[in-house]
Design a protein around this ligand. Structure first.
Ligand code: GDP
Ligand code: MG
Length: 183
């Protein structure tokens, strides 16, 4: 916080979820507004910066952490999660197994990173990605998804498409609102 009341925030945001659910695609769309069918999953950690001009007095810098190649272990190390203040968990609406993995990712985050002395869980938003492909393989209704989020401690969920650029910015802003509120 500077004297003129201009605020700059830097937030570390985790993007996790099973392999092939669109983590890299969502980040590339959000940060560079591009989409490709061929993102290599090189082993390691990648991160990208997205600057949001939140309002005339507030700039929010999101450092988005993408994992690659380690998803198959179904969990990450504490070091990776360190100092994250929010997360997105992705699943692929055409593959039920990726939805089943969501609760495992959520538990992994909750057990390894918390905020403040009260050790509150970090806000997590759920992304039902590839919604452009239809929902033949995914039979949850909106009501069921709302209930799932409530029961599992998600702040909310969005149907997203990195391909069609659907709801990604909206989901990110929703997450940031929650982070700012509790800051
Ligand atoms: P990651 O392993 O979670 O990082 O997933 P990727 O971002 O590499 O995406 C895996 C595959 O799904 C790639 O071929 C992407 O082009 C494709 N993909 C990602 N998001 C979408 C989407 O919203 N719609 C469609 N149709 N394909 C997508
Ligand atoms: Mg990837």
């Amino acid at each position: 916080v500077e004297d003129d009341g201009y605020n700059e925030y830097l937030y570390k945001i985790l993007v996790v979820g099973d392999i092939g659910t669109g983590k890299t695609s969502i980040i590339k769309r959000f940060v560079h507004n591009i989409f490709s069918m061929h993102y290599k999953s090189t082993i390691g950690v990648d991160f990208a910066l997205k600057v949001l001009n939140w309002d005339p007095r507030t700039e929010v810098r999101l450092q988005l952490w993408d994992i690659a190649g380690q998803e198959r272990f179904g969990s990450m190390t504490r070091v990776y999660y360190k100092e994250a203040v929010g997360a997105m968990i992705t699943f692929d609406v055409t593959r039920a197994s990726t939805f089943e993995a969501v609760s495992k990712w959520k538990a992994d985050i909750d057990s390894k990173v918390t905020i403040g002395a009260e050790e509150k869980p970090i806000p997590v938003v759920l992304l039902a990605n590839k919604c452009d492909l239809g929902k033949e393989g995914f039979i949850k209704t909106a009501n069921e998804m709302d209930k799932y989020c409530k029961d599992n401690g998600f702040i909310g969920w969005f149907e997203t498409s990195a391909k069609e650029n659907l709801n990604i910015e909206k989901a990110a802003r929703f997450l940031v609102e929650h982070i700012l509120k509790s800051d």
